[in-house]
Design a protein. Structure first.
Length: 182
């Protein structure tokens, strides 16, 4: 896979993470509202954590197990979030979609643009058949992004994850190749 790959969208573009993105990642990830509905990002985020994450993303990209993209705002050139295809399993033709977006970019449709582009990339470039994603039931914004991209709610994992000191439902979504919007 071309390490210089760039996926163009209307107002953002997606590209492989670069070490120069570390300060934008670190600043945005240290916002407790940004990581509130994530399951794998620690808070507070450790010093040097962004650089380590970027290096790991390059290793995983080379292995073909994860494709982690920076979401870059076209007019500012700044990284505003991250979107990934993780757990890529070519034998079964599936991968997991994950994402986060800096708070200043919320409710503007950027993540829907990015998610549509990544799902098209997964199907057309990687030859995947199924993309899946999970979100906390209370994170209605993530559910809306997934539904806007054609994902279907497949089930609820009742009280599966502890967040904010209480058990939360986790929603599972899926998108099949045949359901990919135009």
């Amino acid at each position: 896979m071309d390490p210089e790959l760039k996926i163009d969208c209307e107002r953002v573009y997606l590209r492989r993470l670069k070490l120069k993105d570390a300060s934008d990642i670190y600043t945005q990830i240290n916002d407790p509202e940004v990581v509130r509905w994530t399951t794998r990002i620690p808070h507070p985020y450790p010093e040097g954590g962004a650089e380590k994450f970027i290096r790991q993303s390059h290793y995983r990209w080379r292995k073909g197990t994860d494709y982690i993209f920076g979401i870059i705002h076209k007019s500012s050139g700044r990284l505003i979030g991250v979107i990934s295809l993780g757990n890529v399993f070519p034998r079964h033709g599936c991968a997991e979609l994950g994402f986060w977006l800096g708070r200043e970019s919320w409710n503007r449709g950027y993540m829907t643009e990015a998610a549509r582009a990544v799902t098209r990339f997964a199907v057309h470039e990687l030859g995947l058949y199924r993309i899946y994603a999970s979100s906390f039931e209370a994170n209605t914004a993530a559910g809306k992004v997934l539904e806007n991209c054609g994902f279907k709610l497949e089930g609820v994992m009742r009280e599966a994850v502890v967040r904010e000191g209480k058990r939360q439902n986790f929603l599972n979504y899926g998108l099949l190749k045949s359901e990919l919007p135009g």
